[in-house]
Ligand binder design. Structure first.
Ligand code: GLY
Ligand code: MN
Ligand code: MN
Length: 449
């Protein structure tokens, strides 16, 4: 594995202390507002499958990961008291059935008072005695794991933390640049596998090898879609055999570094120039939208603006006819582009806080007619978000236009031409600057070429 991704990366080491300072300040504020003295943040525990002794892959509490890059440390706790070094209760079971976490090591260790425990019942001794002054943050599927703390996930404190996580620290941005670099290496390998005519399953394996992730380590299930599978927005079936004729390839796949994700989509043509022209047109539109990203922009406006630009693409490609407002209002653009323009990105692929107007949790609704938009905030410096417009032939949605005034705006013979190609999506991860943007995805592709 590329050592940049490991916990000895000197750049991450340089940035980490200041990240912890920011996380500390957020918790100081959250505790003050919640009238509490200590935060106890639980990493979580693996879930057992129903009627089985098999565990689903472990997914750590993102609040825990925001403190420390420990994505594989179940049954552990961060105990934070303002003014004191945070305590990390590091659970290292005596277990000869599984690999257990090794000794704490890496750039992060200096920020914690680390207490290694070998049994769950030994955790309690490391928690503040005044449990009534604690808040606990995490998923406690067994009350005993909260050790008598009654205020679990109080919304006042949790909303403050969620809202603040929208903007990334320098350390987080460095992790996300690395996640972009890692993801683009996978995309390059996947495109080569597609050009070789490999089936979806094998393209997926080429991707995983290039990013050095097992399936559960991927930030989300890879979408590796040949031909019309590209029209299934969350297609994850991975056919084992290649279709007789390969026309197109849509891949939506990311990678992670220390728990921070990239989320990248590209679409390719096998050679058909008309489809390639449509991809090029969508890419030009996507880049135009990216160019609008900067602090102060209302993301809802950007989403609606995208629909107007898409109307122009549909007209130029002879998929539809009519002026942009008509195509927007009659639902034609939403039929071809039925998902949101993008979302916040971070520890979670759909990072929390996308709908929050303020830290108290007031919600900003998506614009009417666009219920799937996951980011409705005004953009702020150092947010990282995706810009991922799409254009698909989804018959389930197109059928709804039949018999409505919109039917006459659709050029059905061009729709028939496009159907076997599935669709197009192009997705970049973009950091908001006061006066512009940083495109993590394009930078990573450029550095790899
Ligand atoms: N890959 C999930 C998304 O693009 O939101
Ligand atoms: Mn996305
Ligand atoms: Mn995606």
């Amino acid at each position: 594995m590329n050592s940049d991704y490991g916990d000895k990366n000197p750049e991450l080491g340089r940035l980490y202390a200041s990240h912890v300072e920011t996380v500390t300040a957020r918790h100081d504020h959250a505790l003050e507002q919640a009238g509490a003295s200590h935060a106890v943040i639980y990493s979580g525990n693996p879930k057992v499958a129903f009627l089985d002794d098999y565990h689903h892959p472990f997914k750590a509490n993102p609040h825990f990961v925001s403190w420390a890059p420990l994505t594989s440390l179940p049954f552990s706790y961060i105990v934070y008291t303002p003014g004191e070094t945070p305590v990390l209760v590091y659970f290292q079971p005596r277990d000869y059935w599984h690999v257990v976490p090794g000794a704490p090591d890496g750039y992060w260790t200096g920020e914690f008072d680390i207490r290694i425990v070998h049994a769950i019942e030994d955790v309690a001794a490391h928690l503040p005695e005044d449990r009534e002054k604690c808040i606990a943050i995490g998923e406690f599927d067994d009350e005993a794991l909260a050790f008598g703390i009654e205020r679990v996930n109080p919304s006042l404190a949790v909303n403050i933390l969620h809202y603040a996580r929208g903007a990334k620290t320098e350390y987080e941005l460095a992790c996300m640049r690395l996640a972009s670099k890692r993801g683009t290496a996978g995309h390059i390998a996947a495109e080569a596998a597609f050009r070789e005519g490999w089936p979806e399953f094998d393209i997926h394996r080429a991707y995983c090898k290039a990013v050095s992730h097992s399936d559960p380590e991927l930030p989300y299930g890879n979408i590796v879609a040949l031909n019309d599978h590209g029209a299934v927005l969350h297609y994850t079936d991975l056919d084992r055999t290649a279709p007789d004729t390969i026309k197109s390839f849509l891949i939506d796949a990311g990678a992670q570094v220390h728990g921070y994700a990239s989320d990248i989509t590209r679409t390719y043509s096998s050679g058909d120039q008309r489809f390639q022209d449509l991809i090029d047109r969508m890419e030009a539109m996507q880049l135009e939208i990216v160019d609008h990203v900067e602090a102060g922009i209302d993301y809802r406006d950007l989403h609606v603006h995208t629909h107007k630009l898409l109307a122009g693409v549909l007209v130029d490609a002879e998929l539809a006819s009519g002026d942009p407002n008509t195509l927007l209002e009659s639902g034609v653009t939403a039929t071809f582009f039925p998902h949101g323009l993008g979302h916040l990105l971070g520890i979670q692929v759909h990072d929390v806080g996308g709908f929050m107007e303020n830290e108290s949790g007031t919600v900003i609704d998506p614009p009417s007619g666009h219920p799937f938009l996951r980011l409705t905030r005004v953009l702020e410096e150092d947010m990282v978000l995706t810009i991922e417009p799409g254009l698909y032939v989804i018959d389930m949605l197109l059928d709804k236009l039949r018999g409505t005034p919109a039917e006459g705006h659709v050029n059905w013979s061009t729709v028939d031409w496009l159907r076997p190609y599935g669709g197009i999506r192009i997705e970049d991860d973009v950091r908001v600057l006061v006066d512009g943007r940083e495109n993590l995805t394009r930078d990573a592709f450029a550095a790899a070429s």
